[in-house]
Write a protein that binds this ligand. Structure first.
Ligand SMILES: [Fe+2]
Ligand SMILES: [Fe+2]
Length: 475
């Protein structure tokens, strides 16, 4: 019976998906048709133009979302991203409304593509956006639509090709300039083939170069605001944060070297696990670099920094120790804000322990309390040993929580044989699920299983020599 119900539900979902696809397609066709026919975009009053552009933006959102769910599952489309997507397409088309009469090549196609590339670092989405914009803009010149479509597309695709290897703010100006040259090259080809004349080439080339350079300046100026307002951390920003020259990472290395190395290991584990589920691996890597940044405040209270020092917890009550350790989350978030880390990274810092209980100090406390005389006994309050949360809200934050716990636990294994390591990792992940720490994250059981396998493989590889040595020593 349950199976039958499940099948009915799946059939319904499949149908809904098909209906959504159909609505998206109809929306796209109708709105494009309204833009192109019966009147041109150029003749419109601006409110009508804006309404049509918004409609097109929405259609674009739906279509690209559908394409993405087919081809690029790694991208999570939030409502903010949808709004941003619609705004980018609207901005490009609105600019076209005013710029097309001056010169068709003043339209900032490359700017729209570059913003998109920066935000997602995803080639296929940028390619779809280029083709879409080139198509809509080319249709404004129906008699020469193929010429305009080819020039816009070549310019946009060249920019994608140039920037796909490594998107950096500084190289954007060069990439935009070269992509404009690609567009000019295409215009020149049309001239050679006798499909266009030299005057169009001259004015078009000047307009394209001007548009590429001015839009680069505007994008570089606007990106920090886009990142902030739309709660997006761009691949470029992440690469900047991953640099060992970052002042906060330098501080971590100098003031808490043990934590620094722990963070690098967690970063490797989290990155591989995130890749396994097609998540944002770069966000996981950088989030892991900064997850324990709050330990800078009292480094010696954390085991990884205590090599040559006495353990200061020996002088403290378990409650006091727990309080100090729990505070590294709050301190980390404060430091992150002070150093202007992007919000997704600060969220990872705040969520990497969820609201789990610090079992070591809690058990120590319970043991000492049980041994104490009646008069010395205090009430056992689990809340004193609990992190304040919140639980991880994103896949990346949840993966960092799992990688962090596994790394710390495996490090304490005395004889890390492969089976012991694997069992420990499975147990830690099961505990996190049982304690509800993954309840607020969007991870599916299938993904959790992939993450477990990835963590077991990566940790297995890292400990390979130690494991092999220990296994041999048994013989
Ligand atoms: Fe931590
Ligand atoms: Fe950690």
């Amino acid at each position: 019976m349950a199976f039958k119900k499940n099948k009915v539900w799946q059939d319904f979902l499949r149908k809904t998906d098909a209906i959504e696809n159909l609505i998206g397609l109809l929306w796209f066709v109708v709105s494009s048709a309204i833009i192109v026919w019966p009147s041109s975009l150029l003749d419109w009053q601006w409110p009508r133009a804006l309404a049509m552009i918004m409609l097109n933006g929405g259609a674009l959102g739906l279509i690209i979302n559908k394409i993405l769910t087919m081809h690029a599952r790694s991208i999570i489309f939030t409502r903010r991203i949808f709004i941003l997507l619609a705004l980018i397409s609207c901005a490009a088309l609105l600019a076209a409304n005013y710029l097309l009469p001056l010169n068709p090549f003043l339209v900032p196609v490359t700017a729209a593509v570059a913003v998109y590339g920066f935000i997602y670092g995803n080639r296929s989405v940028a390619i779809y956006l280029t083709i879409y914009l080139a198509f809509v803009l080319a249709l404004q010149n129906p008699e020469n639509w193929f010429y305009f479509f080819t020039v816009y597309t070549s310019q946009g695709l060249f920019l994608i090709q140039l920037s796909s290897s490594r998107l950096e703010r500084n190289s954007l100006a060069y990439s935009a300039l070269l992509s404009a040259l690609a567009g000019i090259g295409t215009m020149f080809l049309f001239c050679l083939l006798g499909q266009s004349d030299i005057h169009i080439l001259h004015s078009g080339a000047a307009a394209m170069l001007f548009s590429a350079l001015t839009s680069t300046v505007i994008i570089i100026g606007l990106l920090p605001y886009i990142e902030d307002i739309f709660y997006i951390v761009t691949p470029t920003k992440l690469l900047e944060l991953a640099s060992p020259n970052n002042p906060l990472l330098k501080r971590l290395l100098m003031e808490a070297p043990g934590t620094y190395h722990h963070s690098l290991t967690v970063a490797n584990l989290a990155e591989a696990a995130t890749e396994a589920i097609n998540g944002n691996a770069l966000l996981s890597r950088v989030g892991a670099y900064y997850h324990d940044i709050g330990k800078i405040k009292r480094p010696l209270f954390f085991v990884e920094n205590q090599h040559a020092f006495d353990n200061p917890h020996n002088q403290l009550t378990p409650q006091m120790s727990a309080m100090i350790i729990i505070s590294h989350v709050k301190d980390g978030a404060a430091l992150g804000k002070e150093y202007k880390l992007p919000r997704p990274i600060i969220d990872i810092i705040q969520q990497h322990h969820g609201d789990s209980v610090m079992s070591y100090f809690f058990h120590t406390f319970k043991e000492t309390n049980e041994k104490a005389t009646e008069s010395e006994k205090t009430t056992v309050n689990e809340a004193d040993f609990r992190y304040h949360g919140p639980k991880p809200h994103t896949k990346e934050a949840a993966i960092i929580m799992l990688a962090d716990s596994c790394e710390a636990a495996v490090r304490t294994l005395e004889k890390p044989t492969p089976s012991r390591v694997n069992n420990l990792i499975s147990r830690i992940i099961k505990d996190k699920i049982d304690n509800g720490q993954l309840d607020d994250s969007p991870l599916t059981f299938r993904e959790i299983s992939k993450i477990r396998v990835s963590l077991q493989q990566t940790i297995g590889n890292m400990f390979h020599n130690r494991i092999a040595y220990n296994d041999k020593s048994k013989d």
